[in-house]
Ligand binder design. Structure first.
Ligand SMILES: C[S@@+](CC[C@H](N)C(=O)[O-])C[C@H]1O[C@@H](n2cnc3c(N)ncnc32)[C@H](O)[C@@H]1O
Length: 245
C-alpha cells in the first residue's frame, strides 16, 4: 500500500520523467532506431510507471518485434513471468506502433516466486531470501488493467494466473505458433517447464528472449538443456536471446 502511494507522488513521477529523458539522450547518441526515438521513449515511459525496466530490455523487445515484422514470422507473443506487466506493456505498445497484430499470452503465479531448487545455486536462494516482497506484490487484475490501458485489443490479451507447471500445458494448444517467447521466470524449474512445453511451438525464425540468462545459473542450465544447438546473442548483462534455427 505504501509502495502504491509512493508511486503516485511527485518524486516517483519525476524519477520516471528523468529515466525517459535519459533514455532519449542515450538513444540519440547510439543512433539506434533514430527515427523512432519519440515513440520508443514514450512507450518506455508507460512501461516503467509500474516498475523499473532497463532501456536495454525494451530495446531488445523493440528489436525482436521489428524482426518478426520484417521477416513475416507468424505466431503469438508470449511472456512467462509478467509480474506487474512492465515488459509486456512495452511489447503491446511496440506492436501497436509497429503495426504488428498478434495474440498476447502472459503467465504468472501472481503469488510471487516458487522456492528455488539446488539448480539455482546461492544467487537463487539469496534472491528469495533477500526481499521476496519485490517479486511478490503483483496482482492479476492490476496487471490486466495496466495491459488493457495500453489500448491493445482486449480480445487479443490473455493473462493467465497460476503456476507455470499447472497452466502452461493446459493452454499450449490454444497458443499455437509462437513468434516471440520471452522467459522471465528466473529459476531453473520455471524456465525448464516453459522450454519443455512451449519451445517446440516457437516457429523457425522466431525469437526466444531469456531475461535473466546472465543473472541466474539455473535459468542458463535449463536453456542449455533444450537449446544447446542455438546461437545465444548478448543484449545486456542479464538479457540474452536467440533466433530459432
Ligand atoms: C522477475 S519477475 C518478472 C518481471 C516482468 N517480466 C517485468 O517485466 O517486470 C518474475 C515473475 O515470474 C513469476 N514466476 C516465476 N516462476 C514461476 C512459476 N513457476 N509459475 C508462475 N509464475 C512464476 C513470479 O511470480 C514473478 O512475478
Amino acid at each position: 500500500m505504501i509502495k502504491n502511494y509512493l508511486k503516485k507522488t511527485i518524486i516517483y513521477k519525476a524519477l520516471v520523467w528523468y529515466r525517459v529523458l535519459r533514455a532519449k539522450f542515450i538513444l540519440k547518441h547510439i543512433s539506434v532506431f533514430s527515427k523512432e526515438i519519440k515513440g520508443i521513449t514514450s512507450d518506455y515511459g508507460y512501461s516503467i510507471q509500474e516498475e523499473y525496466r532497463t532501456l536495454m530490455q525494451v530495446i531488445n523487445i523493440e528489436y525482436c518485434i521489428k524482426h518478426i515484422k520484417e521477416n513475416s514470422i507468424t505466431g503469438s507473443f508470449v511472456e512467462t513471468g509478467t509480474w506487474t506487466g512492465g515488459a509486456s506493456s512495452y511489447a503491446l505498445l511496440s506492436m501497436m506502433r509497429n503495426g504488428v497484430v498478434r495474440t498476447y499470452w502472459g503467465f504468472d503465479s501472481f503469488e510471487g516466486m516458487p522456492n528455488p531448487t539446488s539448480e539455482d545455486g546461492d544467487h537463487g536462494k539469496s534472491w528469495i531470501g533477500n526481499d521476496n516482497t519485490i517479486v511478490n506484490n503483483a496482482d492479476r487484475e492490476e496487471c490486466y488493467q495496466f495491459l488493457l490501458n495500453t489500448g491493445y485489443k482486449k480480445d487479443k490479451i490473455n493473462l493467465i494466473k497460476g503456476w507455470f507447471q499447472d497452466t502452461i500445458s493446459v493452454h499450449k494448444e490454444s497458443i499455437g505458433d509462437i513468434a516471440i517467447l520471452r522467459l522471465d521466470g528466473d529459476f531453473y524449474e520455471s524456465t525448464k517447464v516453459v522450454m519443455e512445453f512451449l519451445y517446440p511451438q516457437v516457429v523457425k525464425g522466431g525469437v526466444v528472449i531469456i531475461d535473466d540468462y546472465g543473472h541466474f545459473e539455473g535459468c542458463r542450465k535449463a536453456i542449455k538443456e533444450y537449446a544447446s544447438d542455438q546461437t545465444i546473442l548478448y543484449s545486456d548483462d542479464g538479457v540474452r536471446y536467440f533466433i530459432k534455427q
